[in-house]
Design a protein around this ligand. Structure first.
Ligand SMILES: Cc1cc2nc3c(=O)[nH]c(=O)nc-3n(C[C@H](O)[C@H](O)[C@H](O)COP(=O)(O)OP(=O)(O)OC[C@H]3O[C@@H](n4cnc5c(N)ncnc54)[C@H](O)[C@@H]3O)c2cc1C
Length: 438
């Protein structure tokens, strides 16, 4: 009998458990979850009848047919599909997103700089940092007006210290698309996620509830505190332990590193160098409906503390009583988050509410803030080397990682479900050696 421990009952861990169970083989598995309820980042909070996810969570329209079938047919969760409507608020002007193909609303001089910059963009083969990648793909006009200010504000790191390895979903235009967007405008079908899907009721946690009903062996309030990689034993809350043949981990990689025994210096160093940012999601109930027929708006300007506002009014089943609600996201660097904590969430909330009113005229009647830590993995220049060292060590010690934070990558819920499916299939597959699994 194969003994499997799954670390973490978020979307990826529960999907792995579901597929192990469905495999109808002799697998003795258990899911260990540190929180009181499963879900990880796909939890939804109910505040006076208003539903808030941990940052807006929707299913991207370009998800694979398998993902859509899994959610809607296998789990029976009905999704409402909508055309994505996003905007950018820059220098007091609201224009459609993505910026690069929607210049029509921008001032003439800015459009001229962006088009000219695109035509004269430098030809750099395989740019080795994010700054050069932006200049090569968009030119210095788009870089100056949108890409540099927004990315500095969001990542809290100068693009020249990052790589572009995470940019697989940043849409890059042709000149024709830019010209069309400058003269005709409203190119909102550009890019991979032109449509978004959201559960018709219950917020994104509906996915988790559906999965959890089909999975038997989840233990909550079970925090993994130590993993003995030599004896293959997991130690968790209240002195419990569990032997495993296979360990599947969705625990954020930098935290997994802290639980592993006997780490060689080089591996320990690689774990300690992983970088990420933290997002404070301020969940706001408005005095009345905002009337903004948008899903979210980016704020590259420095005159607001937040970088993005998610408008929830268009999503099914999350607002009540003719009032609107928002999730306003503010990022900080990970090593600043403790300091920000001391400055206090209350200070941040007050600042968000003030800036929101200044930028939009919308009045808040209730606010509370969730800390999302980690939020976005930072692809600094040491990322690839560190991940290679860590993954080799984990593979050699029979630990399989899944999900955005387990794999330490820029991925989404669809990928988390695919990871869960794939890892279960690998463990269930017969006649393969362990070394083949990764
Ligand atoms: C602000 C924000 C917005 C996002 N929006 C979208 C979106 O719109 N669409 C989309 O597709 N994706 C979105 N994502 C990404 C999405 O949240 C993730 O891809 C997905 O939730 C990852 O699921 P997971 O199960 O791998 O990880 P998690 O949800 O992080 O689950 C890991 C689980 O492990 C548990 N755990 C941690 N440490 C331990 C321990 N020591 N012992 C036991 N358990 C432990 C945690 O409590 C958690 O339940 C967003 C992410 C953020 C931060």
């Amino acid at each position: 009998m194969k003994r499997v421990v799954i670390a973490g009952a978020g979307l990826s861990g529960l999907t792995a458990a579901y597929h192990l169970e469905k495999g109808e083989q002799d697998v003795d598995y258990i899911v260990l979850e540190k929180e009181v309820r499963p879900g990880g980042y796909c939890k939804t909070v109910n505040r006076d009848g208003f539903l808030f996810d941990m940052g807006l969570h929707c299913i991207w329209g370009d998800s694979s047919p398998w993902v859509k079938n899994f959610i809607e047919k296998e789990l029976g969760v009905q999704l409402e599909w909508q055309r994505r409507r996003n905007a950018i608020h820059l220098d007091g002007i609201l224009s459609p997103y993505p910026y690069q193909v929607n210049l029509k609303e921008r001032p003439d001089e800015e459009i001229y700089e962006c088009l000219l910059g695109f035509l004269n963009r430098p030809k750099i083969d395989n740019p080795d940092n994010f700054e050069d990648w932006i200049l090569t793909k968009f030119g210095d006009g788009i870089a100056k007006h949108f890409m540099f200010p927004y990315n500095m504000k969001f990542w809290k790191l100068d693009p020249k210290y990052m790589t572009a390895d995470w940019c697989w979903n940043v849409p890059t235009p042709t000149f024709e698309q830019m010209l069309k967007g400058s003269l005709i405008g409203d190119e909102d079908k550009f890019g991979g996620n032109a449509t978004i899907g959201y559960p018709t009721k219950g917020g994104i946690e509906t996915l988790i509830r559906a999965l959890n009903r089909k999975v038997s062996n989840v233990i909550t309030k079970a925090e993994i505190v130590e993993i003995d990689t030599e004896r293959k034993i997991v130690y968790y809350s209240k002195g419990n332990q569990r032997q495993y043949d296979y360990l599947i981990s969705s625990i954020p990689l930098h935290k997994l590193g802290k639980t592993l025994t006997y780490l060689p210096y080089q591996v320990s160093k690689a774990f300690s160098e992983l970088k990420y940012n933290v997002v404070y999601a301020t969940c706001i109930i408005l005095e009345e409906l905002s009337g903004w027929k948008l899903h979210w708006v980016y704020y590259p300007d420095r005159d607001t503390i937040f970088h993005r506002i998610n408008f929830l009014e268009m999503l099914p089943g999350v607002c009540i009583n003719s009032r609107g609600s928002l999730i306003v996201e503010t990022s900080v660097m990970s090593d600043m988050s403790d300091m920000a904590e001391q400055v206090s969430k209350k200070w941040l909330e007050a600042k968000v509410i003030d800036d929101l009113y200044e930028a939009t005229g919308l009045r808040t009647v209730d606010a509370y803030t969730i800390k999302i830590d980690p939020a976005y993995i930072i692809f600094d220049k040491d990322y690839s080397e560190n991940i290679t060292i860590i993954q080799k060590y984990l593979k050699d010690n029979n630990i399989l990682t899944i999900g955005r934070y387990g794999n330490w990558e820029y991925s989404n819920m669809s990928r988390a479900m695919e990871n869960g499916r794939d890892v279960a299939e690998k463990i269930l597959s017969k006649g393969r050696r362990w070394k083949d699994y990764k």
